[in-house]
Design a protein around this ligand. Structure first.
Ligand SMILES: Nc1ncnc2c1ncn2[C@@H]1O[C@H](COP(=O)(O)OP(=O)(O)OP(=O)(O)O)[C@@H](O)[C@H]1O
Ligand SMILES: [Mg+2]
Length: 342
């Protein structure tokens, strides 16, 4: 993966964690003994890149490895193998430089200091990242105006709402004007308005300033609305990495609905080569036969002909044919299964 086209690039990243399960020996002393160790794959040969001015979404079920990936890009967690580069620099080698170039907001962490005000927080974090004096003053006010915290800039963070704290965390991540912004679950737990406003700001910033943004999310609507491309990660493995439209098209191609005058016998169609799954549903004016086909175009075409000729041969009246339109949520479930497998 070339680092000239990608601002962030991950090549063959590996990361495993060893988790220890404890066995409680004594209820009074609370002494514990390790009784089982388990190796968890948080990244297995993960490779992808993020371009300038692009919003990349990393989707995956709980425990898939999203936060770990964000931490590896920002240099907070060291991969066991592979290379992470930001603007062509190896993150492991140039960690101190990367800190200036990458802004990160981790999920559910209390980044901001609650007894301080938003302005004081930005001064504190600005100083840590060598942003001082006039630059700090201008940048802090500019960011708070941009994100919509102008009226709260002198209020102690403890009195801010969850959405306002999240907006402040984004400002803190942006204080040194990094080229790359990593947002771990930026809208989780926020109401519709706060979520909308954060999404709008992310889009505006990416388009106007050409930043590269990585967003992890569980929310398929967020991904569909916000992301130019998405990567789907499951048990540490990147199972898909495409533009949102490509993903939807790829899966929509596979499922067809045949509206017929009476309920068809599903078994007849299950036997056809190229058919993966068959289901039937009854409707007021007949029934719908839904078939999921294989991906290969030639086999799919042959299967479609055979389905139509079987319907014809068995005397069904064909009332209509639809190509099923997939949602990102259904694509996600097909790629990752209905829930965590462990
Ligand atoms: N420091 C750690 N020590 C041991 N195991 C860890 C550590 N950090 C993460 N893991 C494990 O690695 C796996 C991936 O965790 P990660 O936090 O990256 O998942 P995630 O995709 O962000 O999940 P979620 O959607 O719940 O936030 C999990 O099984 C987790 O238990
Ligand atoms: Mg996470």
């Amino acid at each position: 993966m070339s680092s000239t086209t990608h601002v962030v690039s991950l090549s063959n990243i590996q990361k495993t964690f060893v988790t220890r399960h404890f066995f409680q020996l004594d209820e009074d002393t609370h002494k514990r003994q390790i009784y089982r160790k388990r190796v968890v794959n948080a990244a297995m040969n993960v490779s992808f890149g993020i371009r300038r001015g692009e919003i990349f979404g990393l989707l995956g079920p709980n425990g898939a490895g999203k936060t770990t990936t964000v931490k590896m890009i920002s240099g907070l967690v060291k991969p066991d193998g592979g290379v992470v580069e930001v603007e062509g620099m190896d993150v492991e080698r140039w960690r101190h430089r990367i800190l200036q170039r990458v802004g990160v907001v981790l999920e559910g962490t209390r980044t901001s200091i609650w007894p301080l005000t938003p302005l004081e927080n930005l001064a504190y974090y600005g100083n840590l990242k060598n942003v001082t004096g006039k630059r700090l003053f201008e940048r802090s006010h500019e960011l708070l105006d941009f994100i919509g915290l102008k009226d709260q800039k002198n209020v102690q963070v403890r009195y801010l709402s969850r959405g306002q704290k999240q907006k402040l965390a984004i400002c803190i991540a942006l204080i040194a004007d990094p080229q790359v912004l990593l947002l771990d679950e930026p809208t989780t737990g926020l109401d519709v308005q706060s979520s909308r406003s954060i999404k709008d700001k992310i889009i505006q910033m990416t388009r106007e300033q050409g930043k590269s943004v990585l967003v992890t999310t569980h929310d398929m609507h967020v991904a569909q609305e916000l992301c130019d491309r998405v990567g789907i990660i499951n048990h540490g493995e990147l199972v898909a990495c495409k533009t949102t439209e490509e993903l939807l098209t790829l899966f929509s191609d596979q499922q067809f609905e045949f509206r017929v005058d009476r309920e068809p016998a599903a078994g007849r169609f299950q036997e056809i080569r190229g058919v993966r799954e068959v289901s039937t549903t009854l409707s007021a004016d007949g029934a719908v036969l839904t078939v999921r086909l294989v991906r290969e175009p030639d086999k799919r075409s042959a299967a479609l002909y055979e389905i139509v000729s079987t319907l014809h041969g068995d005397g069904y009246r064909l009332l209509g044919v639809n190509q099923h339109q997939e949602s990102l949520e259904s694509v996600f479930l097909q790629l990752t299964g209905p829930g965590p497998k462990r």
